[in-house]
Design a protein around this ligand. Structure first.
Ligand SMILES: *[C@@H]1O[C@H](CO)[C@@H](O)[C@H](O)[C@H]1NC(C)=O
Ligand SMILES: *[C@@H]1O[C@H](CO)[C@@H](O)[C@H](O)[C@H]1NC(C)=O
Ligand SMILES: *[C@@H]1O[C@H](CO)[C@@H](O)[C@H](O)[C@H]1NC(C)=O
Ligand SMILES: *[C@@H]1O[C@H](CO)[C@@H](O)[C@H](O)[C@H]1NC(C)=O
Ligand SMILES: *[C@@H]1O[C@H](CO)[C@@H](O)[C@H](O)[C@H]1NC(C)=O
Ligand SMILES: *[C@@H]1O[C@H](CO)[C@@H](O)[C@H](O)[C@H]1NC(C)=O
Length: 326
């Protein structure tokens, strides 16, 4: 009987992804966001996509997507979707899985007069994504979140961008962490005041409740080659550890970016034919990078983002950087 008890013990002590912040306030409560690494997703809203191209999307990859659609004799929307989807869980599920940062790309859909998320093609209304975050913060009063809203394509007018800001204020209002670029507030203070959502906007931020885009320092390797990506992030983490980066949270992207070859090689059976498959290649390499970072006593930035997150060790890695036993 006692043997059974001892065997069960480690399981009951392992972390719960849904509540990992609230459960570990004894370790991270007095730290600031600048002292921590938050696990996040890249192109967070792509878990559901239509086949309708986002008007005004400037990506160079469209030309390749058209070529591939031609080769495969398929609708370009279907082909684009395969190379656009980098997540398969909604925001509530992502937060249940431990994710605490969202890369929320918002495009203006001028026909329906709606803000939608997108990556090449259109996805869910932004209102749904914000609604999921609001539900989560309501259901889990000791959890926090960072949201970066950017890539406002679709030629929105300034009034339309203001309507996006009002949507944020209306949906997340009571949770919004007031702008304080000194970042001197602790996780405990965020939780005790209930101001648990830090939201940045590319434009029309009010600098009161909506943070400027400079509050997050973006880095990404912009390569489809795994070795180059690892090398880039090794150098970028070294740069992060060597500075204090006042007024900003430093973001590391553990992601591969498809290029012309990646897209056109979809037709080869041994090559990735979707962005999720490409992501799996990147994700397999995170554990050894994580081990190396740990031996140097380095942290992979304040925010570490990934594609296809549930198929990765991103939460385990972040917990390690934050001193939380996993
Ligand atoms: C936390 O970050 C602040 C800067 O925001 C720094 O002054 C402090 O030394 C850091 N504390 C720890 C425990 O790393
Ligand atoms: C958006 O739609 C309106 C009509 O509702 C039209 O007047 C305007 O030119 C459109 N804007 C763009 C950028 O297409
Ligand atoms: C989260 O958003 C999805 C739509 O993307 C919706 O179907 C679901 O009901 C929402 N869940 C919660 C808990 O708000
Ligand atoms: C953080 O610093 C600002 C000044 O930059 C100050 O007004 C604020 O009270 C400080 N907050 C905390 C929690 O120490
Ligand atoms: C990371 O950089 C260090 C030197 O700063 C080097 O010794 C190490 O081999 C590099 N690791 C990878 C995976 O590139
Ligand atoms: C570290 O920072 C100092 C000055 O801030 C700079 O001179 C040096 O080149 C940096 N080293 C690395 C490895 O980035």
């Amino acid at each position: 009987m006692w043997t059974a008890f001892i065997l069960i013990l480690p399981l009951t002590l392992s972390i719960n992804p849904a509540t990992w912040i609230g459960d570990n306030l004894n370790i991270i409560g007095d730290k600031t966001l600048k002292n921590l690494t938050m696990p996040g997703t890249h192109d967070s809203g792509t878990y559901w996509l239509t086949t309708t191209p986002m008007p005004g999307d400037q990506s160079d990859l469209w030309e390749d997507l058209y070529k591939l659609a031609d080769i495969l004799d398929e609708d370009v929307g279907n082909v684009a979707k395969e190379w656009a989807q980098s997540q398969d869980k909604n925001f509530y599920q992502q937060m249940q899985g431990g994710i605490r940062y969202f890369d929320l790309r918002a495009g203006w859909q001028n026909n329906t007069k709606k803000w939608v998320t997108y990556h090449f093609v259109e996805g869910s209304p932004v209102q749904y994504l914000l609604g999921n975050i609001s539900s989560y913060l309501h259901d889990y009063p000791k959890e926090i979140v960072i949201v970066e809203m950017s890539h406002f394509e679709g030629s929105p007018t300034s009034a339309e961008i203001t309507s996006l800001k009002n949507m944020v204020l209306n949906t997340l209002g009571p949770y919004l962490a007031p702008v304080d670029l000194s970042f001197n507030f602790t996780i405990n203070q965020m939780i005790n005041t209930g101001k648990r959502a830090l939201v940045t906007m590319q434009q029309d931020y009010d600098s009161i409740n909506i943070w400027p885009p400079s509050a997050i320092h973006n880095t990404y390797a912009d390569t489809s080659d795994l070795k180059d990506m690892v090398e880039y992030n090794n150098k970028t983490v070294a740069k992060f550890m060597n500075g204090t980066w006042p007024g900003t949270l430093f973001k590391i992207s553990w992601t591969l970016t498809p290029d012309t070859d990646t897209v056109l090689e979809s037709v080869l059976p041994w090559k990735p034919s979707t962005l999720l498959e490409l992501a799996n290649n990147a994700n397999k390499a995170l554990p050894s990078f994580d081990t190396q970072m740990a031996t140097y006593k380095w942290k992979a930035g304040n925010i570490l983002i990934i594609d296809h997150f549930e198929n990765s060790v991103v939460l385990k890695a972040a917990c390690g950087f934050n001193g939380i036993p996993y």
